[in-house]
Write a protein that binds this ligand. Structure first.
Ligand SMILES: Cc1cc2nc3c(=O)[nH]c(=O)nc-3n(C[C@H](O)[C@H](O)[C@H](O)COP(=O)(O)OP(=O)(O)OC[C@H]3O[C@@H](n4cnc5c(N)ncnc54)[C@H](O)[C@@H]3O)c2cc1C
Length: 434
């Protein structure tokens, strides 16, 4: 336990100085940190890797840091399941799974998050036949608001299990997580620039016939960078070390970083810089183990808002976002990302009971985002958009509860596991309405 340590998130737009910081390395210490805080009426925030853009993981009283709570607890080779301590980073988890011939079924575009942080906000990748990471959870060990331990699984506290997979950090501290994995696989990746209008015209066929399809439209151009990943049998990475460095570090990070820096200094140059970037986008095709294709490093800091929409509304909504971007006074330097996802059954998952599309918008971390993000949010509201819980948005409990048909189930479980709101913070109070 340490007296105080400054905390900040990855983007640097959320900061705080907690009153006390715990680094538990076993479950007894973890539960004690919660019960001690609860006994004095304090509030506890367990932080992951700080990769949320909202204040959802901002500690304002006691902070629990799980960086010493990252072990693999059990591997069930017959059922292809692993049980892990909740603070394990996705990168460490992916490597540990490699060693036993397993993999997570789907991933987002980075591996820097903790498993608990990723599932708690509904973190997702892309794929119309696939779902968010939280859907792979098969059971949870949770420390409740009074420090007691609760198991949540389909056959034990099923009501809690339903909601706690995307629990926003409001339903206790996840201690151990059991995950249904799949046999390790590779992805055959095809990355190529295409005309945006062609991508949109063919979107539904492309998204439905690909395992994992996504595109990034470069505003002020008519070009989208497309990625199509097909699941294939496990094999080695076919990229040379140089190709990987060129694609991930030089094109995605160094070149892009230069463009955003120049664009921040001279916004009027952004459209011509964007046209230069898209002219230099090449086609690449390779095969590599799944997590090496799904994820790549992100060295350019940004802020992001992302909305989940009914898939059927995507093309109309995207067209309106495109119109908005053209009308903004300040040109947009970051590409707009579009992904798809299958429906799930987790009450506060943005993909709850809907075949989904996601539209994500970004600005450099130090730039103002309000005018742009507010404009996009207004469009998303017209389609019942559900914001990513870890990404910037302006919704409140009043505007959100009607977008989630099972909102009351979440509230009921929260009342049981944390009646005194030991796990709340200002962001949770805003979105859950304490
Ligand atoms: C560069 C970048 C790329 C990203 N890419 C994607 C993407 O491809 N897809 C996507 O969906 N999202 C993406 N995100 C968002 C990110 O996945 C989520 O915000 C995720 O929640 C971050 O995980 P974390 O470990 O940093 O958790 P934090 O942000 O630290 O915490 C998130 C929430 O989880 C809670 N939490 C953490 N640990 C526990 C625990 N043990 N028990 C209970 N609650 C806990 C916290 O209290 C908080 O409420 C990206 C973010 C960044 C910065």
């Amino acid at each position: 336990m340490t007296a105080s340590e400054a905390w900040r998130n990855w983007a640097g737009n959320q900061r705080s100085i907690p009153t006390l910081v715990h680094h538990p390395d076993d479950e007894v210490a973890l539960a004690a940190a919660v019960s001690n805080a609860a006994a004095r009426g304090g509030r506890v925030k367990v932080v992951g890797a700080g990769h949320s853009f909202t204040g959802i993981s901002r500690p304002d009283d006691v902070m629990i840091d799980l960086s010493q709570y990252q072990r693999i607890v059990r591997v069930d080779r017959e059922a292809n399941r692993v049980t892990v301590q909740a603070g394990i980073g996705l990168r460490t988890l992916n490597r540990a799974l490699d060693a036993v011939g397993l993999a997570l079924p789907n991933l987002g575009d980075i591996d820097a998050q903790t498993i608990a942080g990723a599932i708690s906000t509904g973190t997702h990748g892309t794929g119309a036949r696939f779902q968010s990471i939280a859907t792979a959870v098969v059971s949870l060990r949770i420390v409740a608001g009074d420090g007691s331990l609760v198991i949540a699984a389909p056959d034990e506290n099923p009501g809690l299990f339903e909601v706690a997979r995307v629990g926003l950090g409001a339903l206790g501290v996840l201690s151990e997580i059991t995950i249904q994995c799949v046999p390790a696989f590779s992805l055959h990746a095809v990355e190529e620039p295409r005309r945006l209008d062609d991508v949109l015209a063919d979107f539904d066929r492309w998204a439905d016939t690909s395992d994992h399809a996504e595109f990034f439209w470069f505003p002020h151009t008519d070009i989208a960078a497309t990625k199509t990943n097909t699941r294939v049998e496990l094999g080695p990475d076919t990229r040379s070390r140089w190709t990987r460095v060129r694609d991930e570090e030089i094109v995605q990070n160094a070149l892009f970083g230069t463009v955003t820096r120049l664009g921040s200094l001279r916004p009027s140059m952004i459209p011509s810089l964007a046209r230069t970037v898209v002219k230099n986008l090449g086609r690449s095709e390779y095969t590599a183990p799944s997590h090496a294709v799904f994820t790549s490093p992100r060295r350019v800091r940004f802020k992001e808002m992302e909305y989940n929409l009914p898939r059927a509304a995507l093309l109309e909504a995207f067209d309106r976002v495109r119109g908005l971007v053209d009308d903004l006074r300040h040109p947009v330097s970051f590409p707009i990302e579009v992904r798809v996802l299958g429906a799930d059954d987790i009450p506060l998952s943005p993909a709850f009971e809907r075949e989904s599309a996601y539209i994500a918008v970004h600005v450099p971390a130090r730039e103002r985002h309000e005018r742009y993000f507010d404009g996009v949010e207004e469009i998303m509201n017209d389609y019942g958009g559900r914001p990513h819980w870890g990404k910037l948005h302006g919704q409140t409990a009043a505007t959100l509860r009607f977008r989630y048909p099972r909102w009351a189930s979440f509230e009921a479980q929260r009342e049981l596991i944390d009646p005194d709101r030991c796990f709340t913070n200002p962001e949770l109070a805003r979105v859950l309405g304490d």
